[in-house]
Design a protein around this ligand. Structure first.
Ligand SMILES: CC(C)(COP(=O)(O)OP(=O)(O)OC[C@H]1O[C@@H](n2cnc3c(N)ncnc32)[C@H](O)[C@@H]1OP(=O)(O)O)[C@@H](O)C(=O)NCCC(=O)NCCS
Length: 173
C-alpha cells in the first residue's frame, strides 16, 4: 500500500498528531515507566503546545503518514542536529501496524537526508522498548551510546542512542 507523507503545517494537523500520539504513548510507556510519567511526557513533548513550540523554535519538522488518505502515523525529525538527521518520533497507530509504514518512513527519511546532504540518522529509544529496538536494528541501526536524560519533576528517560548510515548526497561528475 502506498504511504503518502504530508508535512505538518496547520493547527488541525498538529491536533491530528497529538490525537494519534496519546493512545500510542500510553500503550507504549505506561508499563515501561508509569501512567503519570507518560502524562507528563505527553504534556512536555507531544501536546499541541509542545508540537507548536518544536516547529517554531526547535527545528522540528513533522510529517503525517497517510494510508489511503487516513492518518496512520507520523514522524518527527530535526534535520542537521549534531550534523545528522535526528529522528525524534516514529509512531504508527495500532491498527496500522505490520503494514510496512516503518519501511516507507525510512525510505522517505533517506530521501530527505540526500536532499539535506546528511549521511547519518540517529535517534533515542527507551532501553525497554524491545519492539522498537528490534525494528530499528532490522533497518540497519546500531547502538552508539546510551543516555539518561532528566526531564524534570523526578522523571528520567533511560535510552539507547541508535544510528544508521545512509548514502550521502549524489555528486556530479
Ligand atoms: C515501532 C513501530 C513504529 C513499528 O511499526 P510496526 O508497524 O509495528 O512495525 P512492524 O512490526 O511491521 O516491523 C517493521 C519491520 O521490522 C521487522 N521486524 C519487526 N519485529 C522484528 C524483530 N523482532 N526482529 C527483526 N525484525 C523485525 C518487520 O519484519 C518489518 O520489516 P519489513 O518492512 O522488512 O517487512 C510501532 O510499533 C509503534 O509505533 N510503536 C509505538 C511507538 C514507538 O515505540 N515508537 C518508537 C519510539 S522510539
Amino acid at each position: 500500500m502506498a504511504v503518502a507523507f504530508k508535512k505538518v503545517e496547520t493547527p488541525e494537523e498538529m491536533e491530528t498528531i497529538a490525537q494519534i500520539a496519546e493512545p500510542i504513548w500510553h500503550a507504549t510507556y505506561d508499563t515501561l515507566t508509569s501512567r503519570a510519567a507518560t502524562d507528563y511526557m505527553i504534556e512536555q513533548f507531544q501536546s499541541v503546545p509542545a508540537i507548536r513550540r518544536q516547529l517554531a523554535q526547535e527545528g522540528y519538522v513533522y510529517y503525517l503518514m497517510l494510508l489511503e488518505g487516513e492518518a496512520a502515523g507520523f514522524i518527527g525529525l530535526v534535520p542537521h542536529k549534531e550534523g545528522k538527521m535526528f529522528l525524534s518520533k516514529l509512531y504508527v497507530a495500532e491498527r496500522y501496524r505490520g503494514m510496512g509504514l516503518p519501511r516507507a518512513a525510512f525510505d522517505f527519511i533517506a530521501e530527505l537526508c540526500t536532499l539535506e546532504g546528511l549521511d547519518k540518522i540517529y535517534l533515542t529509544v527507551n532501553k525497554r522498548n524491545r519492539h522498537a529496538i528490534d525494528v530499528y536494528k532490522h533497518f540497519g541501526f546500531y547502538e552508539i551510546d546510551a543516555v539518561v536524560t532528566d526531564i524534570g519533576c523526578g522523571y528520567v528517560m533511560d535510552d539507547y542512542i541508535l544510528q544508521k548510515d545512509v548514502c550521502g548526497p549524489k555528486t556530479e561528475d
